[in-house]
Design a protein around this ligand. Structure first.
Ligand SMILES: NC(=O)c1ccc[n+]([C@@H]2O[C@H](COP(=O)([O-])OP(=O)(O)OC[C@H]3O[C@@H](n4cnc5c(N)ncnc54)[C@H](OP(=O)(O)O)[C@@H]3O)[C@@H](O)[C@H]2O)c1
Length: 206
């Protein structure tokens, strides 16, 4: 897949490395793409860096790894027609007071991006575990939850979870993403697939 990362910090950087190493074409972006040379070098020959608009232009999938308030200011046209994997979390101390208007965090992103297929994933996994996958070259077995309304987009996100050496567990539609936002019992936890499925009342591992 051709993947653009919006944000190339703890989350965009580490996931981009894992995906580039898995064979995807990854373009990292930030407001300062000229500062991403070391990241690109670590990610290898499948990776490059560009400004956000250039990175996203040819991408099939866009990873939103921005501060939440920045995500809510994204230009919807920039990512129209793309699958957007939303990894961000809302932290009032960092993002300021935001009225989510009764929806979930990912729901607010989806409302901002009506012409994109938004899938929530990776938000509950700490960046240092992603880093461990890079350093070890193998996964920890930990689960990453996925929630989304479009089955094809969810399937893409599941594949990207596997390609970052985590185990995907789909909780349901985008609204079910509320179940793994900050403050929930599973947020930041390293769960096995059985533990994760039990928590959400899902059928046993197929
Ligand atoms: N850290 C974790 O363990 C973790 C785990 C799960 C989810 N998250 C969530 O994931 C999101 C990213 O977290 P992070 O830890 O990766 O943050 P981070 O290390 O601070 O990285 C943020 C990235 O966004 C870029 N950026 C900021 N404003 C931008 C803009 N207007 N346009 C384009 N790029 C912009 C920054 O680069 P420039 O400043 O150079 O533009 C940087 O590359 C947050 O919502 C966070 O809550 C974090």
């Amino acid at each position: 897949m051709r993947i653009a990362t919006l944000g190339a910090g703890n989350i965009g950087g580490n996931l981009g490395i894992l995906w580039a190493r898995a064979g995807h074409e990854v373009v990292f972006s930030s407001r300062h793409p000229e500062q991403l040379d070391d990241l690109v070098a670590e990610a290898g020959p499948n990776a490059s860096a560009a400004d956000p608009a250039t990175a996203v232009a040819d991408a099939d999938v866009v990873l939103d790894a921005l501060p939440f308030a920045t995500s809510l200011g994204l230009d919807p046209d920039l990512v129209a027609g793309k699958v957007v994997v939303a990894a961000g979390n809302y932290y009032p101390g960092r993002d300021g007071e935001i009225d989510l208007d009764g929806t979930t965090q990912a729901g607010a992103i989806a409302a901002r991006l009506p012409d994109s297929d938004v899938v929530k994933a990776f938000n509950m996994m700490a960046a240092n575990v992603m880093r461990q996958h890079i350093d070890d070259g193998e996964g920890t077995g930990a689960v990453v939850f996925v929630a989304g309304d479009d089955p094809a987009a969810v399937a893409i996100a599941e594949q990207l979870v596997r390609d970052s050496l985590f185990t995907p567990v789909v909780t349901g539609d985008l609204a079910t993403g509320a179940g793994f936002e900050p403050g929930t019992e599973v947020y930041g936890k390293r769960l096995t697939e059985d533990e994760a499925r039990r928590h959400f009342g899902l059928e046993d591992t197929p």
